[in-house]
Write a protein that binds this ligand. Structure first.
Ligand code: PYC
Length: 317
């Protein structure tokens, strides 16, 4: 039997990798992207695990399937996923997607509408090589929620939406936000996530809170904050996390701690930075964030799937 091939273009945004499937991906048909995600999950989930899991991927990766948009006002559509499942939106991944499309000669400087399962976003490629993502409406759902976490005690945080669901821990982090402390931060964040789930604490409409954020002082004084972001599959976001920064802006706005139009510079665990700002949503319900950063192409490859390969569909996680 012949090996199957999937064409991918890899990039990283502030150190966080994105792998865009540009050929050989599943045909999900037409219709709203939320329906196409259900088709992806139901019929083609093995494609996700093939591309994301070891030995071809790793838990750090976010994958993106480029599709035709469901919304006629959009130029492109995208479905993001990782080693654990599917994402509503992905900020660093949208920057990676735009750099991929630029590499392919399909876009140039300017503004593009991108359809996602949680609604259209706008991506702008700037002359200096950076890109902005004008994200979906983001909002704080609940403030100062307390949860008892084994080993950590009582932890307080806000629940906010930025295209994915986040618990933004307000209590002091368990240790300094430094790369050397990543295993300790990961264990603590996993504990918070388990405790939230165990206590039945969710986002709106019972949505699972699958991203946890700790905050601390920035390493570079020209930034406002450093974060540690636990992603659904257990990896930390090497970038400051576009949807996580959107959730952070929503909380800052709700507390009156950042005015519309003011800049917030969010630094990641490894020191990469997103510059961000927001406008109030038209109905005053939440905010419309802009997140700006830069992505770089790292590989243009063909993934090969030999039917005799025992790990054809990736190592199960
Ligand atoms: O940048 O929005 C983001 C993101 C979500 C998960 C990993 N990165």
């Amino acid at each position: 039997m012949q090996a199957e091939i999937i064409d991918v273009i890899d990039s990283h945004t502030g150190g966080e990798p994105t792998r865009v499937i540009v050929g050989g991906g599943p045909d999900l048909g037409g219709g709203p992207l939320a329906e196409r995600v259900a088709r992806f999950r139901g019929t083609f989930d093995h494609v996700r695990t093939r591309v994301m899991n070891e030995p071809r991927g790793s838990e750090a990766w976010v994958g993106a399937l480029l599709v035709d948009p469901g919304d006629a006002t959009c130029d492109f559509g995208v479905i993001f996923f990782n080693n654990a499942g599917y994402l509503g939106m992905c900020g660093h991944g949208t920057m990676g997607l735009m750099e991929t499309l630029r590499h392919q000669g399909r876009v140039q400087e300017g503004s593009y509408r991108i359809d996602t399962p949680v609604g259209p976003v706008t991506a702008v490629l700037h002359p200096d090589g950076t890109s902005s993502v004008f994200n979906v409406r983001s909002y704080r759902h609940r403030a100062a929620v307390e949860v008892e976490v084994p080993g950590l005690g009582r932890v307080t945080g806000d629940i906010a939406y930025g295209g994915n669901w986040f618990f933004l821990v307000k209590s002091a982090p368990p240790c300094a936000l430094e790369i050397g402390s990543e295993p300790k931060l990961r264990a603590a964040a996993l504990g918070v996530r388990r405790a939230l789930e165990g206590s039945g604490i969710t986002g709106a409409d019972g949505a699972l809170i699958d991203h946890i954020e700790f905050f601390g002082a920035p390493g570079d004084a020209s930034n406002d904050s450093r974060n540690y972001v636990l992603c659904p599959g257990g990896a930390y976001d090497r970038s400051p996390c576009g949807t996580g920064t959107s959730a952070k802006l929503a909380c800052l706005a709700a507390d009156g701690n950042l005015a519309p139009g003011a800049e917030w510079r969010q630094e990641s665990l490894i020191g990469s930075v997103f510059s961000s700002t927001y406008r109030s949503a038209p109905d005053g319900d939440g905010i419309l964030p802009e997140i700006r950063g830069s992505a770089h192409i790292s590989a243009v490859s063909q993934l090969v799937f030999d039917p005799r390969d025992p790990f054809l569909n990736g190592i199960p996680t």
